[in-house]
Design a protein around this ligand. Structure first.
Ligand SMILES: Cc1cc2nc3c(=O)[nH]c(=O)nc-3n(C[C@H](O)[C@H](O)[C@H](O)COP(=O)(O)OP(=O)(O)OC[C@H]3O[C@@H](n4cnc5c(N)ncnc54)[C@H](O)[C@@H]3O)c2cc1C
Length: 428
C-alpha cells in the first residue's frame, strides 16, 4: 500500500529505493516491520556488525505506520508507570534513564548522519486542572531530585508565557531536552543509512503471512517467497493482525488524529507561541501540538476505539483548538490524518523474546517516537550479547486485553469513556 496522505508524506526529503521481494533468500537477521522499531534495530545491528546479512520486510512503505504519521513529539518517559511493577527504585530510575538516553540518541543520530528532520528542542507538559498542577510539581521534583535530571523545570502560568500563552493551561513543566522532529524524514534518513551497506536489504510491499521457528526461522510471504533467518525480530506494532495472536492480545490498536495548518497568519500564531515549541497536556485523552521549524501548527488529539472515524476529523480536532488556541479554529487545515497507536493494558512497552530465535517490540502506547531508537539499539545489543536493560523490560507484567476478539473494543470504549468523564469532572 502507498503512503496515506499526511503532512510528512507531502514534505518528505528522502526516497527509499526498494522493491517487493520476489525470490527466496537467507540472512542472519530478518526484521518484520519497517517502522522506527524495525529500522532502528537494523541500523544498530549494522553499526555493531557490518558483516551481518540483514533483511527488512515491510508490508507497505518504510514509515507507513505510526512512525511516519505521528505527532512528531520527541519525549522522554513512558505513557504508563513502573511503580506498580516489580521493579526496585533503582531499576525504575534505570528505566527512566533509558528514555532520556533515547531522546539524546535520536539527536545524536540526526547530527552524526546529518538527517534533515527539522529538530526543534523545548517541550511544555501543561496542566489543565489544579490536580494536574499538583502532580506536575511532584513530577518535576522526582525528575530533579530522584532521577538527577536537571533539564526539566516547573513554570507558573506567568512564567509559561515566556514560551507559550493559552487561557486553557494553569502551569507547565518546561523540558529543554525534549522537542520535536519530522518523524518520517528521521525514519527514512536512518533507512537510507542502512542501505549504504550491501549486506542490508529492505523490501517494501512485502507482507509476511506466517513463520515457523526451529533451528532457524522460516518466514513465508504472501507472494509465496520465503526468507530463512537465524533470528527474527517482530516490529509490527498496531498493525500485527494475525501474524502472532499472543502478541496481538497484549495490545489494542487505537486511532488518534492530527491536523497540519500551513496558512495561519504569523501575528495570529504569535498570540500563543512565543517560539517554536512542542506542547502536550495532562488530560487522559490528551492534546498534543507544536509549532514546527517552518512555523506550521501540527495539532493532534482525540481517540477512536472502533475503526470508524468521526465524520469530520478536522472539525473534531477544532473543538480542542478553540479551547486552547481560541480564534485559530477558523483556519482550514492543510491536511488531516489518522493513525493507529498500539496501547497495552499498563501503557508500558511490551518487549521480549518468543523463543531463542525471535524477539519482539510493540505497545509504546502513543509514546514511541524517541524510545524506538533506543529499543532498536537494545535489541541489536541483546542479539549480539551486549545488553542488560532487556531483562528489565521482560520483567514488566503485561495482561491480555479482556474479552479479546468480539468483546475487546466495547470493553475498551467503556474504560475510555470513564477516563474521558474523569477528564471532564476534574476540570476545576
Ligand atoms: C497519530 C499518531 C500520533 C503519535 N504521536 C506520537 C508522538 O507525538 N510522540 C511519540 O513519542 N509517539 C507518538 N506516536 C506513537 C509512535 O508513532 C509509535 O510508538 C512508533 O512510531 C512505533 O513504531 P513501530 O516501528 O513500532 O511501529 P509502526 O511505525 O507502526 O511500524 C509497524 C510496521 O509494521 C508493518 N507490518 C505490519 N504487519 C506486517 C507484516 N505482516 N509484514 C510486513 N510488515 C508488516 C506495518 O506496515 C508498519 O509499517 C503516535 C502514533 C500515532 C499513530
Amino acid at each position: 500500500m502507498e503512503y496515506s496522505d499526511n503532512y510528512y508524506v507531502r514534505t518528505k526529503s528522502y526516497s527509499i529505493n526498494s522493491n517487493k521481494l520476489n525470490e527466496s533468500l537467507q540472512c542472519d537477521v530478518c526484521i518484520i516491520g519497517g517502522g522506527l522499531s524495525g529500522i532502528s534495530t537494523a541500523y544498530y545491528l549494522n553499526k555493531i556488525n557490518p558483516n551481518l546479512k540483514i533483511i527488512i520486510l515491510e508490508k507497505n512503505k518504510i514509515g507507513w505506520g505510526a512512525s511516519g504519521r505521528n505527532g512528531g513529539q520527541l519525549l522522554h518517559d513512558y505513557s504508563g508507570n513502573f511503580s506498580s511493577q516489580k521493579h526496585s527504585n533503582n531499576e525504575q530510575k534505570q528505566l527512566w534513564n533509558f528514555t532520556i538516553d533515547a531522546v539524546r540518541e535520536v539527536k545524536k543520530n540526526i547530527k552524526d548522519l546529518n538527517i534533515k528532520c527539522d529538530l526543534v528542542e523545548g517541550y511544555l507538559l501543561t496542566a489543565v486542572t489544579r490536580s494536574h498542577d499538583e502532580e506536575l510539581k511532584k513530577y518535576v521534583d522526582l525528575l530533579n531530585n530522584k532521577y538527577d535530571y536537571s533539564s526539566a523545570s516547573y513554570l507558573s502560568k506567568e512564567e509559561m508565557k515566556r514560551y507559550f500563552e493559552s487561557p486553557y493551561y494553569k502551569s507547565a513543566m518546561f523540558d529543554k531536552e525534549c522537542g520535536q522532529i519530522h518523524p518520517l524524514n528521521y525514519c527514512l534518513g536512518l533507512a537510507q543509512e542502512i542501505l549504504k551497506n550491501k549486506n542490508c536489504k529492505i523490501f517494501e510491499d512485502s507482507s509476511v503471512e506466517s513463520y515457523t521457528s526451529e533451528n532457524k526461522v522460516k518466514i513465508l510471504l504472501d507472494s509465496g517467497c520465503n526468507v530463512t533467518a537465524d533470528k527474527m525480530i517482530l516490529c509490527c506494532n498496531a498493525y500485527i493482525g494475525n501474524l502472532n495472536k499472543k502478541l496481538r492480545r497484549k495490545i489494542m490498536p487505537v486511532k488518534t488524529y492530527v491536523s497540519a495548518f500551513k496558512d495561519i497568519p504569523k501575528d495570529e500564531i504569535n498570540k500563543f507561541f512565543k517560539r517554536q515549541i512542542t506542547i502536550g497536556d495532562m488530560l487522559f485523552v490528551l492534546n498534543y501540538f507544536r509549532l514546527d521549524k517552518n512555523n506550521n501548527l501540527i495539532f493532534g488529539g482525540g481517540v477512536s476505539y472502533s475503526n470508524v472515524d468521526p465524520i469530520n476529523l478536522e472539525n473534531s480536532l477544532k473543538k480542542s483548538i478553540k479551547k486552547i488556541l481560541p480564534g485559530l479554529e477558523k483556519y482550514k487545515a492543510w491536511c488531516t490524518w489518522s493513525g493507529h497507536v498500539a496501547i497495552t493494558v499498563n501503557r508500558l512497552p511490551h518487549i521480549g523474546a518468543i523463543d531463542k530465535n525471535i524477539l519482539f517490540a510493540q505497545g509504546y502506547s502513543g509514546h514511541g517516537l524517541a524510545i524506538t531508537t533506543m529499543v532498536g539499539r537494545m535489541i541489536a545489543e541483546v542479539l549480539l550479547s551486549r545488553n542488560n536493560d532487556f531483562e528489565l523490560f521482560k520483567k514488566v507484567e503485561h495482561r491480555n486485553f479482556p474479552g479479546f476478539g468480539v468483546l475487546d473494543t466495547p470493553l475498551l470504549v467503556l474504560a475510555m469513556s470513564y477516563f474521558k468523564l474523569k477528564d471532564l469532572l476534574s476540570f476545576k
